[in-house]
Design a protein around this ligand. Sequence first.
Ligand code: 5GP
Length: 186
Amino acid sequence: MSSLGNLTVITGPSGVGKGTIVRKILESHTDVWLSISATTRQPRSGEIEGKHYFFLEKKNFQEIIDKEGFLEWASFSNNFYGTPKKIVQEKIEKGTNVLLEIELEGARQIRKSFPKALQIFLAPPNFSELEKRIRGRGTETEEAIRDRLAIANKELIAKKEFDAVVINEDIEKAFKEIEGLMGLKN
Ligand code: 5GP
């Protein structure tokens, strides 16, 4: 009998470094599979369809919602983001360890549908550091930056809902901590 794969959720405010940590996990642990989300936001320069996201028109995103094709979905800063259901379920059934990098509302939905999933919140050392990182990334307009910072404020309050809170002060340290939480062997 084959055993199910583990599901891990990494959440944390925009700019906290989730993407960098996730990349490090995937590079070091080829047995971990990252779910590629669908989104209605515009691709940033360098983002590739099917690698970073599946970029969809709102109408197509809505069709998937109607067909119950998302494991979870949420609206974030005027765009929709969602995790494709079928492929994630298949991976877990085949015993693959699945990673979701999603925002707070999505994490809350997963908590209901997959109570056994490990939920990790990645937090910045402080708020001004987060602001510096979002601005330094240079990928958003001033309006979008303000919106993301306002959302970050709310998300940070919710960190106590999570199984573990990892502070991303030193990327290597945070990575090792998450490796440990996920039970990944070096
Ligand atoms: P960004 O626009 O910076 O790529 O992502 C914005 C936020 O949406 C981030 O917090 C990211 O983790 C989250 N996100 C990405 N994909 C999904 C998803 O499939 N579902 C949910 N709920 N959030 C997502």
